[in-house]
Design a protein around this ligand. Structure first.
Ligand code: RUG
Length: 818
C-alpha cells in the first residue's frame, strides 16, 4: 500500500487526469473514481504476483462457477482488506472529504439475487484471505438486480445500470476471448476410422472476460472474479453477405446484445426461459475453454486435469459444465469416452441450495437439443449409461428408479440429477438441509451413492459484515480481546464470554447497539421520511420476498398487535419498530401484494396518533448489500421465520447473530445450528418442526379453516384483508392473499406455508422477546452471547471444510506478503 503522501498525490493526479479539475473543484463522485483507481493501482502488483505464484507453484485451482456474485460495493471492502482504513480516511479528511460519503458514491454491483449470490461473494473473500488459488467465474450482466422503488406502496422495478459511468475495479482481458456456439446441427465425419462430431450452421458470439481483483485480508493475495461479457463476432457489411448470411450476422449481433443484458430476478424459482439457458452455456463454455487452455499452458498431459483443477457448481445453474467439459475432452482433446468421463467426474462437484421443487431446473428436451445439439448428444449418452447402471442394480424396480433418477425423463433434462450423477461430491448448505436431501428429496441417489453426499454449513465473511459494517463493535471487540485476530479467526470471539457477567462491558456493548440504531434511524429518515424511536425494539426481517420466508406471517402478527392495542384496554406493549426490506421477483404477484400489504399496514399504523408510537412499521426501499450492513448492525431481533424445512440455510441469520441480535425463528436451515451454539435459552424458537411439516405434506391433516373458525383474533386479522381496513379504496386489494390462506389453490393446499398453524406460537415467541427485552441486563447478556458464539459461522470455516473434503487445494505461498 502506498503511504499517505503518495495516496494523496495519486488522488489529486487522478482527479486532474480524469476530469481536468483540481481536488477542491471535484465532486464526491469524482473523488470516488479517483480514489478507486488509486486503490486499484496499489493492488496491481500483488495481483500480478499472485498469478505468477499460481504458475510457479503449479497450484491446484478452484473454479467457482456461479450465475451470481452479489459482491456489493468494492471500495470500502478493498480498503479494509488492505488494512488501510484509518490511513485512507485521514488522507481524505485532509482533502476535505469523508470516507463514508465517498463510499456512498459507488453503485452497488448487484450481480445476484440474494443468499446464493452473496454466499459466492463471501466465499471469494475467504478463499483469498486463506491463500487459496481460485477464480470466481460468472456473467457481466449489464443490468444487475433491479433497483426497487416503492410508489404508493407498490414495488416498481427500475433498471440498475451499474456500469453506466464505468466500473473502476475491473480490467477487460480481450486476449482471453473465446467463441461460444449455439444451435445448428451436428455432422459426423469419419476420420481415420474415428468418428468426429462437427457442429455446423451455428450462431456464435465472442465471450470477453473482465477481471475484478479479490483481495485477501492483509496477506498480499489477490485472486480474480472473472465475469464474461458478450460481443458479436462479425462486423459485417451488406455487400459481403448474401441474404442468408446477412440474416445470420444480424442474429449474432442481436444475440450478443441480449445475452448478458439482464440477471433473471428470481430467487429460488426457475422460469424456464431460453435466454437463461443461453446465458448458462455462454459463461460455462467460455470459463471451461479458458481453464483448459490455462492448464495446457503449463501441463502436457490432460489426464492430470483433476490433480490441478476443480470446478464447483453453485447450484444447478452451471450444470451444463458437465457435458461441456465432456465435449471439450472428446471433441477437442480427442479422448475416448471413458477417459473423458473419468476426468470430468473427478473435476466436478455440486452444491445444492434448495429443496423447493420449483427452483430445480429442468429444460424441455426440444429446447435444449436445438440450442446445444452436440452437448445434448453427450447428455443422452451420459443418461443412457446411467440407465444401464440402474437396470443392473435394481432389476426389480428399474422403471420406478428411472422415473426418480434418470436425467432425461418426461421430455425434460433434469439438471440436478446430471450434477449428482456426474460429480464426485454433492453437498447441502446446512446440517438439516443435507439431512433432508439425503432422506427425502434425493434419497434414491443417496442410497445409490452415499459416498458423494456431505454437508457444508454456510458462512459469512466477518470482514464485510463486522469489520466494515460495524466499526464501533469491531474496535470494542479488539479492545476487549486485546487483539484483532478474530478478523481472520472468528472463533476467537468466544473470548468475549468472559464479559457476559460484567455490567460495564454489557453496558458498553448495548451503547454500541444504540449508536448503530441511531445510524439506521438517520438512514430511515433520509430514505423513507419516517421518524423512528431508537429506544424501541428494532425487530427486523430483511431478505428476498418469498412465500416460504413468511413475511406475511410477520405482518399479520403486526396487524394482530395493533388490534389488541386499539381494542383491549388491558393490553400494553413495549414500543416496537418492525423493519422490513425485501425485493420481490418482478413476475411474482403474491410477493408483490405482500409488499403492498406491509406498506398499507405501515400507512395506517404509523399515522394513528392514538397508539403513541407503540408500533412503527418501516419498509426499507431497495434492500441491498450496502444498506444491509447498516441494518444488521442496528437490529435487536432477527426474524428467521421460514416454514421449517424450506430454507436451506439462510445467511442473514448469521449476519444478525454476529452483530448481536438474537434469533426469533423456526427450527429451519442454519437456525438449528445457531441455536446449537447459543443454547435454546438465547433464542426465541416457535412453530412446527421440519418433520411435522413434512408429515403434514405427505399425509394431510391440516385445515386452516378450523383455525379461522375457532380463533377470533386471527379471524379478525384475516377479515381486515378483505373489508377495506387497510385498503379503503379497494376492498379486493388483498383478496388473493386472503384466499391463499383459506382456500385450496389449484393443486395447492390452502395455507401451503402453515402461516395460521404457526401463528399462535409465533405470537407467544414475540411475548417472550418483549419480556426478555424489558430486563435490560438479561437482554444485553443475550445479545452479547450471540456475538461471542458466532465463530462457527465465518465463511473461513466453510471454505476450510470445502478444501479439506472436496477441493484439496494447497495454500499459496507469497514471499512478499506482509
Ligand atoms: O434459499 C437459499 C438460502 O437458504 C441459502 O442460504 C442460500 C445460500 O446457500 O441459497 C439460497 N438460494 C437457493 N437461492 N437460490 C436458491 C435456489 O436456486
Amino acid at each position: 500500500m502506498m503511504n499517505a503522501k503518495e495516496l494523496k498525490k495519486a488522488i489529486e493526479d487522478n482527479v486532474k487526469v480524469l476530469y481536468r479539475k483540481t481536488i477542491d473543484e471535484a465532486s464526491k463522485e469524482q473523488v470516488f473514481y479517483a480514489l478507486s483507481y488509486a486503490i486499484k493501482d496499489t493492488v496491481i502488483d500483488e495481483w500480478i504476483n499472485t498469478h505468477k505464484a499460481y504458475d510457479e507453484q503449479d497450484a491446484k485451482i478452484l473454479y467457482y462457477l456461479s450465475m451470481e456474485f452479489l459482491i456489493g460495493r468494492a471500495l470500502g471492502n478493498n480498503i479494509i482488506n488492505l488494512g488501510a482504513r484509518k490511513e485512507v480516511a485521514e488522507v481524505l479528511e485532509e482533502l476535505g472529504f469523508d470516507l463514508t460519503d465517498i463510499e456512498d458514491q459507488e453503485s452497488d454491483p448487484a450481480l445476484g439475487n440474494g443468499g446464493l449470490g452473496r454466499l459466492a461473494a463471501c466465499f471469494l473473500d475467504s478463499l483469498a484471505t486463506l491463500n487459496y488459488p481460485a477464480y470466481g467465474c460468472g456473467i457481466r450482466y449489464h443490468y444487475g438486480m433491479f433497483k426497487q422503488k416503492i410508489e404508493n406502496g407498490y414495488q416498481k422495478e427500475v433498471p440498475d445500470d451499474w456500469i453506466k459511468n464505468g466500473y473502476p475495479f475491473e480490467i477487460k482481458r480481450s486476449e482471453y476471448s473465446y467463441i461460444v456456439k449455439f444451435g445448428g446441427n451436428v455432422r459426423v465425419d469419419n476420420v481415420n476410422g474415428k468418428e468426429k462430431f462437427i457442429q455446423e450452421n451455428y450462431g456464435s458470439v465472442k465471450a470477453i472476460p473482465y477481471d475484478m481483483p479479490v483481495l485477501g485480508y492483509e496477506n498480499g493475495m489477490v485472486n480474480s472474479l472473472r465475469i464474461w461479457d458478450a460481443e458479436a463476432i462479425t462486423n459485417f457489411s451488406l455487400e459481403q453477405f448474401d441474404k442468408g448470411d446477412y440474416q445470420k450476422a444480424l442474429e449474432q449481433e442481436n444475440l450478443a446484445k441480449t445475452l448478458v443484458e439482464v440477471l433473471y430476478p428470481n430467487d429460488n424459482h426457475y422460469a424456464g426461459k431460453e435466454l437463461r439457458l443461453k446465458q448458462q452455456y455462454f459463461f460455462i463454455s467460455a470459463s471451461l475453454q479458458r481453464a483448459l487452455d490455462k492448464f495446457k499452458s503449463t501441463h502436457s498431459d490432460i489426464h492430470m486435469l483433476p490433480e490441478k483443477v476443480v470446478f464447483q457448481l453453485n447450484d444447478t445453474h452451471p450444470t451444463v459444465a458437465i457435458p461441456e467439459l465432456m465435449r471439450l475432452l472428446l471433441d477437442e482433446e480427442g479422448l475416448n469416452w471413458d477417459e473423458a468421463w473419468d476426468i470430468t467426474s473427478r473435476c466436478m462437484a455440486y452444491t445444492n441450495h434448495t429443496i423447493m421443487s420449483e427452483a430445480l431446473e429442468k429444460w424441455p428436451i426440444d429446447l435444449f437439443k436445438s440450442l446445444l445439439p452436440r452437448v445434448y448428444q453427450i447428455v443422452e449418452e451420459i443418461n443412457r449409461r446411467f440407465v444401464v447402471q440402474i437396470r443392473d442394480r435394481y432389476p426389480n424396480n428399474a422403471a420406478e428408479k428411472e422415473k426418480k433418477m434418470a436425467i432425461l425423463y418426461d421430455g425434460q433434462v433434469r439438471m440436478a440429477y446430471m450434477a449428482i450423477i456426474a460429480g464426485f461430491s454433492v453437498n447441502g448448505v446446512a446440517k438439516l438441509h443435507t439431512q433432508i436431501l439425503e432422506h427425502q428429496e434425493l434419497k434414491d441417489f443417496y442410497e445409490m451413492m452415499p459416498e458423494k453426499f456431505n454437508n457444508k454449513t454456510n458462512g459469512i465473511t466477518q470482514r464485510r459484515f463486522l469489520v466494515h459494517a460495524n466499526p464501533l463493535l469491531t474496535d470494542w471487540i479488539t479492545k476487549k480481546l486485546g487483539s484483532d485476530k478474530f478478523i481472520t479467526d472468528l472463533p476467537q470471539l468466544s473470548g468475549l464470554k468472559q464479559y457476559l457477567n460484567d455490567d460495564k462491558s454489557l453496558e458498553e456493548f448495548m451503547e454500541i447497539k444504540y449508536q448503530n440504531k441511531l445510524r439506521l434511524v438517520k438512514y430511515i429518515k433520509e430514505h423513507n421520511g419516517i421518524d423512528v424511536d431508537p429506544n424501541s425494539i428494532f425487530d427486523v426481517q430483511v431478505k428476498r420476498l418469498h412465500e416460504y420466508k413468511r413475511q406475511l406471517l410477520n405482518i399479520l402478527h403486526v396487524m394482530y398487535l395493533y388490534n389488541k392495542l386499539k381494542n383491549d384496554d388491558n393490553f400494553d406493549m413495549y414500543p416496537r419498530t418492525f423493519i422490513f426490506g425485501a425485493k420481490a421477483a418482478a413476475g411474482y404477484r403474491r410477493a408483490k401484494q405482500t409488499i403492498k400489504l406491509i406498506n398499507s399496514v405501515a400507512d395506517v399504523i404509523n399515522n394513528d396518533k392514538s397508539i403513541n408510537g407503540k408500533i412503527k412499521v418501516v419498509f426499507i426501499e431497495d434492500y441491498k448489500v450496502s444498506n444491509a450492513e447498516i441494518i444488521f448492525a442496528a437490529a435487536d431481533v432477527s426474524e428467521q421465520i421460514s416454514t421449517a424445512s424450506k430454507e436451506a440455510s439462510g445467511t442473514g441469520n448469521m449476519k444478525f447473530m454476529l452483530n448481536g441480535a438474537p434469533t426469533l425463528g423456526t427450527m429451519d436451515g442454519a437456525n438449528v445450528e445457531i441455536v446449537e451454539e447459543v443454547g435454546r435459552d438465547n433464542a426465541f424458537i416457535f412453530g412446527l418442526s421440519s418433520d411435522e411439516v413434512i408429515a403434514y405434506e405427505n399425509n394431510g391433516g391440516y385445515d386452516p379453516m378450523t383455525i379461522f373458525n375457532s380463533d377470533t383474533e386471527i379471524r379478525t386479522v384475516l377479515m381486515q384483508l378483505v373489508n377495506g381496513f387497510y385498503s379503503p379504496n379497494n376492498t379486493e386489494e388483498f383478496r388473493e392473499i386472503y384466499d391463499s390462506l383459506l382456500k385450496k389453490q389449484g393443486n395447492d393446499r390452502a395455507d401451503v406455508y402453515f402461516i395460521l398453524k404457526d401463528f399462535r406460537s409465533y405470537a407467544k415467541a414475540h411475548d417472550e422477546v418483549e419480556k426478555a427485552y424489558k430486563d435490560k441486563k438479561r437482554w444485553a447478556k443475550m445479545a452479547l452471547t450471540q456475538t461471542a458464539n458466532a465463530g462457527k459461522f465465518s465463511s473461513d470455516r466453510t471454505i476450510e471444510e470445502y478444501v479439506r473434503d472436496i477441493w484439496h487445494l494447497t495454500k499459496l505461498r507469497l514471499d512478499n506478503a506482509k
